[in-house]
Design a protein around this ligand. Structure first.
Ligand code: NAD
Length: 243
């Protein structure tokens, strides 16, 4: 999704807790270098560390005297039966998947208000926020994603109107993907927590998706192409939740 935004001319900053980004980041940066007029930068940030996150995002906005969009995608996942779920593990997951997303949206919206930018925010939820996801034992992850969908609606309501001073007018939507082959999901298969063939069978197209299949959705949600869309949950799941 970051690559798609750069290809459209955006200056994109990727924030992740990892000390170094995945190898795919360097490959992407090399491919798009100089060609589209945008840029791709990396910052190591823990989205649950409020001050560190605020500082990084304020710095990015100050450098450009604007901040136009956010895709909030940080999340962790844990497969554990509800009867065995510990208090500490519930708190840890909600801290990242809900609080981290909230703090990211809040930090970005503060800059959009400051620079009077009518920006757009996309919170990454999941189809697992709307269904129990047959056979996949992830009660806290799934409900954290339901919270993200509901958060998008509420932030959209609070930030949608343009104020007399020209601030506000910020759109907020959530995106609910189906199964994507990413490191998170490859780890599920490796540990035997999910069966690839079952997941492939579980949707109308009979296959899993790839990250590239969400590229245009990210561009659509962050650009003026979606100018009348806010408070919505965009579902791209190969039909899993439709049957
Ligand atoms: N893969 C799927 O099938 C699927 C389906 C629906 C939704 N999603 C959602 O898509 C998003 C991306 O997931 P993914 O599959 O690429 O997983 P992933 O594990 O590959 O990526 C998640 C990233 O979040 C980062 N992260 C975790 N905690 C963080 C923190 N505290 N601060 C900053 N970064 C942190 C991780 O380092 C990792 O790079 C997540 O929100 C996930 O819930 C994934």
């Amino acid at each position: 999704m970051a690559e798609g935004l750069v290809e459209a001319g955006g200056k994109v900053h990727c924030l992740d807790i990892l000390p170094e980004p995945d190898k795919a980041f360097a490959t992407a940066r090399e491919r798009i270098k100089g060609e589209y007029g945008g840029g791709l930068e990396y910052h190591q940030v823990n989205v649950t560390h409020d001050e560190e996150l605020e500082k990084t995002i304020a710095g990015i906005a100050a450098e450009n005297q604007r901040l136009d969009g956010l895709i909030a995608a940080a999340a962790i996942q844990q497969v554990t039966p509800a009867l065995e779920y510990s208090h500490a593990d519930i708190a840890k997951m909600l801290e990242t998947n809900y609080t981290g997303v909230f703090l990211s949206a809040r930090a970005v919206a503060r800059q959009m208000y400051k620079y009077k930018i009518q920006g757009s925010i996309c919170l990454i939820a999941s189809m697992s926020g709307s269904i129990a996801n047959k056979g996949f034992i992830a009660p806290v992850y799934n409900s954290s994603k339901a919270a993200v969908v509901q958060l998008a609606r509420n932030l959209a309501m609070e930030w949608g109107r343009i104020q007399p001073d020209g601030s506000g007018g910020i759109r907020v939507n959530s995106l609910s993907p189906g199964h994507i082959v990413t490191p998170m999901v490859e780890e599920n298969f490796r540990r035997g927590e999910a069966d690839r063939a079952t997941w492939e069978e579980n949707n109308m197209l009979g296959r899993l998706s790839t990250p590239e299949e969400y590229k245009a959705a990210g561009l659509f949600l962050l650009s003026r192409a979606s100018s009348y869309m806010t408070g919505s949950n965009m579902v791209i799941d190969g039909g899993t939740t439709a049957w």
